[in-house]
Design a protein around this ligand. Structure first.
Ligand code: TYD
Length: 209
């Protein structure tokens, strides 16, 4: 079973991942944790280009293609084999991030959004999450939480990140059209424990002991 957790920068995703990993380990579930972009040799190289190479010019379509390429490799090398092995796979971000950051947040048309979903599914070999958790957090609240040097994506400015937050909500409300599996939009302004209580209540019913 593939589970993904997604949301804007500063939405508290890291903390929820820590909780989730502890919960999965506690239940002695055989699970793999991966991050997108990254977690393959190619993926880490692409991640470095996307997040840290401020010296490189990266046009929007190249940025989209690089995120997609990193994920295609991650699916091929790690996600598909783990799923075939019967493991639970927890991924930090997935195609929804591309749909939001490289789609909704840059003002893509409905047709372009549909294209990103379709191309993304194709490049991910049709492997889509059974459950997607989306941490919903207004960008002003989220940004106050980032108290370290911002990477290339985080430095795109407050307007961009406001559109990211709105993009997640729009993507969830359009889930019936393009999304796969179940999606849960969770209010990430609640305390970390309250947010995790919602995540746990979903997983308790779905993930076998
Ligand atoms: P993340 O690993 O969550 O960053 P951090 O560890 O710094 O919290 O995500 C990396 C950044 O890449 C984040 O700003 C979101 C962005 N991103 C996209 O723009 N498109 C994508 O398809 C993905 C997967 C991430």
């Amino acid at each position: 079973m593939l589970i993904t957790i997604d949301g804007g920068d500063g939405s508290g995703k890291g903390k929820q991942i820590d909780f989730l990993r502890a919960w999965l380990a506690n239940r002695q579930l055989d699970y793999v944790f991966l991050r997108d972009p990254g977690d393959t040799d190619l993926g880490e190289a692409v991640r470095d280009i996307l997040l840290h190479r401020n010296d490189l010019a990266i046009c929007p379509k190249t940025e989209l293609a690089l995120f997609m390429a990193s994920r295609a490799q991650l699916v091929h090398e790690k996600i598909k084999p783990a799923l075939e092995n019967g493991q639970v796979v927890l991924v930090d971000r997935y195609l929804l991030s591309t749909v939001v950051y490289q789609g909704y947040a840059v003002g893509s048309t409905d047709e372009e959004i549909e294209w990103i979903w379709r191309m993304g599914k194709y490049l991910a070999g049709g492997i889509m999450p059974a459950i997607t958790f989306v941490l919903d957090c207004p960008s002003q609240v989220a940004f106050e939480r980032i108290n370290r040097t911002k990477d290339r994506m985080e430095s795109k400015g407050s307007d961009f990140h406001r559109r990211v937050a709105e993009g997640y909500r729009q993507a969830v409300s359009d889930w019936g059209k393009y999304g796969s599996g179940e999606v849960y939009l969770i209010d990430a302004t609640l305390s970390p424990d309250e947010v995790f209580a919602e995540i746990r209540s979903v997983l308790e019913d779905r993930v076998a002991r």
